[in-house]
Design a protein. Structure first.
Length: 158
């Protein structure tokens, strides 16, 4: 299987995004291993800032291309986010991660992707985005997106 890298996104010939997810997970775990050494000597706020800077940004960069990816692939990214949350809070692996993510106000990976797409589509419909997608609004729908993202809320019932 051949791959190509464009703007930091690894795309394979079958568009499974498995190679991209592998690269993001490898990079995220590497950064977490580096941070583990110094996080005990930092304040919780400083640790969270470092994790946001080095790990969360990697999870969020171009994550909108991951919409529709298989659940097992997204679970790999979710495990990176869970490890980051455990590092920041000092939570053990035996404890549930959902309350920890909620206390940090972090959305799970799948919801982060949907949020990013919803924000992008909102900007397009509000004419605040320079994307060529804006031209497709005249046709009433943007191909390949779920219905709740295709139509703005004020056109859904019309």
């Amino acid at each position: 299987m051949s791959t190509v890298r464009d703007l930091g996104v690894v795309i394979d010939s079958r568009l499974t995004m498995a190679d991209h997810i592998t690269a993001v997970c490898r990079s995220g775990y590497y950064q977490l291993r580096q941070l583990r050494c110094v996080v005990q000597s930092l304040t919780p706020e400083a640790a969270m800032t470092l994790v946001h800077s080095f790990v969360s940004t990697r999870l969020d960069y171009c994550n909108s291309v991951l919409y529709g990816v298989a659940d097992n692939q997204l679970q790999r990214l979710q495990s990176v986010q869970n490890a980051a949350a455990r590092l920041v809070t000092g939570t053990r692996r035996s404890e549930h991660i959902t309350p920890v993510l909620q206390s940090l106000h972090w959305l799970p990976v799948r919801q982060r992707i949907v949020y990013k797409l919803a924000t992008l589509i909102h900007r397009v419909h509000a004419n605040k985005s320079p994307l060529k997608i804006w031209e497709n609004r005249e046709r009433g729908r943007i191909q390949g997106l779920p219905k709740f993202l295709k139509y703005p809320y004020y056109l859904r019932n019309a």
